[in-house]
Write a protein that binds this ligand. Structure first.
Ligand SMILES: Cc1cc2nc3c(=O)[nH]c(=O)nc-3n(C[C@H](O)[C@H](O)[C@H](O)COP(=O)(O)O)c2cc1C
Length: 256
């Protein structure tokens, strides 16, 4: 069984490919949250996997919140984490291990997959160019069979790239990120908005409602930026931070 969360599609892509190779069932964490499904039974020796992006050098808070509520009966034969990130994950694995130990489980392996950048909500944070994004996806797709092989062999490893100033980023910068930047107050639309409702449809947390032909953010945004990247007329803005930035075209980057 693989539990996964994805905002813009990168981690869904990785989770989907791994699930196909390994023959695992996929559970989308926001769906489990919506249904209040926290109790799961594993068959004897079944693998337990988690796939999610890195948000400010740690797993997204919503993933950690889900872990705290999760109850798994039956001991997993092997437990693994796959993180997707634009360049580095800081102490994400350690943060995840700690949350997992709270429910009596431990990780056997952690893998990292570099995928296109999605975060645009701060000035200076730029997306990859279309060709860079595509190159990252091609490289990642090439690495996934190897990762699936290691999972099948139940290899004990930690391959996650932490990057520079990892401790500072995870334990010092991240609290400020959640305090000041994880908010939906700056989201708004330009006059180009057609009220098509795609932003509401792609929001993994059902945090957008269309009111009077315009999106309204409902107060529990995780700043995954799916609404921003999927807007067909690029009408969504996060304060002034998104000015002049393009959109990440997940479909184009992952078309094979
Ligand atoms: C809120 C947010 C924070 C992010 N923080 C990091 C980070 O700390 N390090 C990094 O390398 N990439 C970071 N990224 C990029 C994502 O981890 C990366 O693009 C990931 O593959 C997105 O996965 P998804 O499409 O499944 O949401 C961040 C993206 C978002 C939206």
């Amino acid at each position: 069984m693989i539990f996964y969360y994805s905002g813009c599609g990168n981690s869904r892509f990785v989770a989907g490919r791994l699930a196909d190779s390994l023959g695992e069932k996929l559970v989308f964490i926001p769906d489990a949250e919506r249904k209040g499904e926290y109790s799961w039974t594993l068959q004897e020796g079944e693998r337990l996997g988690f796939v999610c992006p890195v948000y400010c050098w740690a797993p997204p808070r919503l993933v950690l919140d889900f872990l705290r509520k999760l109850s798994v009966s039956g001991r997993p034969g092997y437990c693994f984490l796959v993180l997707t990130y634009g360049d580095s994950a800081g102490f994400s694995t350690r943060v995840f291990r700690k949350a997992l130990s709270g429910i009596g489980l431990s990780l056997d392996a952690a893998f990292g997959v570099v995928m296109p950048e999605t975060y645009v909500n701060l000035r200076g944070m730029e997306l990859d160019s279309a060709s860079e994004a595509r190159a990252k996806v091609i490289k990642a797709a090439g690495e996934l069979p190897r990762i699936a092989g290691q999972i099948m062999e139940e290899k004990r490893t930690d391959e996650v790239f932490m990057g520079k100033a990892a401790w500072l980023n995870t334990y010092f910068v991240r609290p400020f990120f959640y305090r000041f930047l994880v908010t939906d107050r700056p989201w708004h639309v330009t006059d180009a908005c057609t009220g098509c409702g795609l932003c509401a449809k792609v929001c993994p947390l059902d945090n957008i409602r269309i009111e009077n032909g315009r999106p309204k953010w409902l107060g529990h945004c995780t700043t995954c930026d799916a609404c921003y990247h999927n807007c067909p007329v690029n009408a969504i803005r996060f304060g002034k931070a998104t000015e002049g930035k393009g959109q990440y075209d997940f479909r184009k980057a992952t078309e094979f």
